[in-house]
Write a protein of this length. Structure first.
Length: 420
């Protein structure tokens, strides 16, 4: 078969969730006419990697074979997309296939640009340099952190958009706690060097996080962007303002710069920065109405998280089905909801939930979610993984919006059942 009604690029959090939603839509009988183009035989639940790097979870819990997650009836094309022709409505792959589509969902995630930091690729995973953002390196991260004997421990965040902008500091909090329990904290300086101008995109949570970092003695250096690593001398070069600052490290946790997958821009689907250029509410492409996008590769101006996708997938699937059904005006509008469970230590978590569009908090639970809580920690470690594998990827979890509306209704004394 060389053509499908719906082709989905990427079988990650976004692609599988949308496919599952479409496949289970009554009346549409779409599943036999959906293809997911995904090169990887392993699917990763990446939010677990913060916990893998800190020894709380094992790496094996973060992965499942892709074939087990492809919805029944949906075709898996094990290839990598190299180009889309949105006029001819075709997708070309690395291995020379051309697949025709009527409707396209672009969800290939974000590209990690390890090679943009000179010295990083050759030293990642050894000599004190690690990262929870790499499937390989994360497997050695905990050994490196617990084996640390003191000195300068530096945790970096780049100046580019990244997925889960909270994770670079989460691992700093968890590592600091490990240094403390291993008795090496006294001979250690812990720094969080971020290329961003703030500790977190939402100031509401940012203020709480600034205090938490200070209480742990973590030095937060804003506007401090990793430029290069010199593995021979164990030095990291940062750009701070107009200056270059060189710092010695004994442990360096690196989050690499990230960017939109190149083929999106090269196919005429990108905005000025290369992200798939869609309406921020309907997720329909600005130029091609039969193209939609969500997740990390999209231009949606909210934080790039799996939590955001829980909401995006629902609206996208509804809008896509409406367009397939011949409608031209789309009513399902995504509000920018995103969430970031910021683990700040064992049994401690700040549950940031907000709209990436106006940075207003969108909290689900009836407590001040800026405070560190064991409840939030249990959700992150025990509930969210199951929610991801068994509900989100099966197309039946649309995020906490209904719960939030009900809880907020009760708080305001006006219980409401809020349909989605
Ligand atoms: P992905 O899940 O990355 O999937 C993209 C898929 O597309 C991949 O399977 C890839 O193989 C495939 N692909 C790539 N290029 C092509 C191509 N050319 N053709 C075809 N297929 C292609 N989110 C949270 O909500 N909470 C958290 O606590 C959290 N913590 C995180 C911690 C870490 C360390 C990391 C790395 C991420 C974290 N995230 C968190 C972010 C979350 O994992 C991502 O936002 C989410 O996975 C994005 O989904 P996606 O489908 O857009 O991309």
């Amino acid at each position: 078969k060389d053509g499908y009604k719906v082709v989905i690029i990427g079988g990650g959090a976004a692609g599988i969730t949308v496919a599952a939603k479409l496949a289970r839509t009554p009346g549409f009988h779409l599943s036999s006419d959906i293809a997911i183009v995904e090169p990887s035989t392993e699917h990763f639940y990446q939010p677990l990697w913060t916990l893998v790097g800190s020894g709380i979870k094992s790496f094996s819990e973060s992965s499942k074979p892709t074939r087990e997650l492809i919805p029944l009836g949906t075709q898996w094309l094990k290839s990598r997309v190299s180009k889309v022709d949105p006029v001819k409505q075709t997708v070309s792959t690395d291995d020379g296939k051309t697949v025709k589509y009527d409707f396209l969902v672009v969800a290939p995630g974000i590209s990690l640009d390890w090679d943009k930091v000179p010295g990083l690729v050759s030293t990642l995973g050894k000599d004190g340099v690690t990262s929870i953002y790499s499937a390989q390196a994360v497997q050695g991260a905990y050994d490196m952190i617990r084996g640390f004997q003191g000195g300068n421990a530096i945790f970096t965040q780049p100046a580019t958009p990244i997925k889960c902008a909270g994770a670079p500091q989460k691992i700093a909090y968890l590592a600091e706690e490990i240094f403390r329990s291993n008795g090496v904290r006294d001979k250690t300086s812990v720094k969080f060097n971020t290329g961003m101008g703030k500790i977190f995109s939402s100031d509401y949570y940012g203020e709480a996080l600034t205090k938490i970092a200070a209480s742990k003695g973590i030095e937060v250096n804003l506007g401090t962007n990793l430029l290069a690593i010199k593995p021979e001398s164990k030095e990291a070069v940062f750009k701070k303002g107009a200056q270059e600052v060189v710092e010695k490290y004994s442990l360096l946790h690196v989050v690499p710069p990230m960017s939109a997958p190149k083929f999106i821009g090269e196919s005429g689907l990108g905005n000025a920065d290369g992200w798939c250029n869609v309406d921020k509410h309907t997720m329909q492409h600005a130029k091609y109405p039969n193209v939609f996008s969500l997740g990390d590769a999209s231009s949606l101006p909210t934080s790039k998280t799996a939590a955001a996708i829980t909401a995006q997938a629902k609206y996208l699937a509804d809008n896509l089905l409406a367009v397939i059904g011949g409608e031209t005006v789309l009513h399902n509008k995504y509000d920018g909801y995103t969430a970031c469970p910021l683990v700040t230590g064992k049994n401690k978590l700040v549950m940031a939930e907000f709209s990436g569009y106006d940075f207003e908090p969108l909290e689900t639970f009836p407590y001040d979610q800026r405070t560190e809580s064991a409840f939030g920690y249990t959700l992150k470690t025990e509930v969210f993984p199951a929610l991801y594998w068994d509900y989100m990827l099966k197309g039946v979890w649309d995020g906490p919006r209904k719960i939030r509306n009900a809880v907020q209704g009760v708080i305001k004394g006006e219980p409401v059942y809020a349909p989605y």
